[in-house]
Design a protein. Structure first.
Length: 291
């Protein structure tokens, strides 16, 4: 009887020690996965690993939150294999600086307002003319050419600001299109015969659909985004480029009401230089140029 009791006591202690040991090992393994994950290239990561980067409900002092609407290839869905090249730049740079990246897509107007108020840290895909009060990094995250698009059976072509008086132009609420076009839109935004504005989700696709149906005469947006959407929807035979409005630098811009914004902007700006020097910039960008 005494031997049986001693055996049970020894067994219990050994079992208890095993639980503590394996519990500690689990913690170490999880910690290692988080650290290693930040060093991996997103294009080579599994979905569960990517979720370590993009935490929609991340709660940490070392988390940076960025928001935008869907604007692929600059930025896309957070859980996609290719979340957008700006997101991949930001993820690598901020992970190397010790931050988790919290990124998601929401309607553009809400993203602008939420970042401005300080609810989120950064706005992805911003022009300086979009949000002149925001904090911008010295080095841009991309370059965009803003173009006009029309139906293939339309003869209109952009020929300076005066040529816009002959068409009804489809625009997206709170988007920037370069100084000259922005001023024109602001002057005429209440004239429905000249400017037709939409907001919400899937705005690029919806504008193309409205153009197809003849509700507007032309739309304006950046060339890579229009080309991607047209290719994705198999609409290549329906539209044609009708001129270039401007060429602008694209940034992640930071909240004017966050005391850390200048720090974030410097981390991002310095990180962009490092990506170029290391060759990572070209490596990441090439994956999107192929597609």
């Amino acid at each position: 009887m005494m031997r049986e009791i001693l055996f049970k006591v020894r067994y219990f202690k050994t079992y208890e020690q095993d639980i503590i040991f394996w519990g500690c090992m689990s913690f170490v393994l999880v910690t290692c996965v988080l650290i290693i994950g930040c060093r991996n290239s997103p294009s080579n990561m599994a979905n569960d690993e990517k979720e370590l980067f993009i935490k929609k409900e991340a709660k940490s002092e070392k988390t940076i939150s960025i928001r935008a609407d869907y604007w692929f290839p600059f930025n896309g869905n957070s859980n996609d294999k290719q979340p957008g090249f700006i997101i991949e730049f930001a993820r690598e740079i901020f992970c190397n600086a010790g931050y988790l990246l919290d990124y998601d897509i929401i309607p553009w107007s809400r993203a602008v307002a939420s970042v401005r108020d300080g609810k989120f840290d950064g706005l992805v895909g911003a022009f300086k003319s979009d949000v002149p009060d925001f904090i911008f990094p010295d080095n841009e995250q991309g370059i965009s050419k803003t173009i006009f698009m029309v139906r293939k059976d339309t003869r209109w072509r952009y020929d300076g600001i005066s040529s816009l008086s002959n068409i009804r132009l489809g625009v997206i609420q709170d988007y920037g299109y370069g100084k000259i076009i922005d001023e024109y839109v602001e002057r005429n935004k209440n004239d429905a015969t000249l400017i037709d504005t939409i907001s919400g989700r899937n705005v690029v696709k919806r504008n193309l659909e409205r153009l197809m149906r003849g509700r507007i005469d032309a739309i304006i947006d950046v060339e890579p985004v229009l080309e991607h959407t047209i290719k994705e929807q198999r609409w290549a035979d329906r539209f044609i480029k009708a001129g270039t409005a401007s060429e602008d630098k694209v940034y992640i811009a930071f909240s004017p009401n966050n005391p850390k914004s200048k720090i974030f902007a410097k981390i991002l700006s310095d990180g962009m230089l490092q990506l170029r020097v290391s060759g990572r910039y070209k490596t990441i960008l090439s994956q999107y140029e192929k597609d």
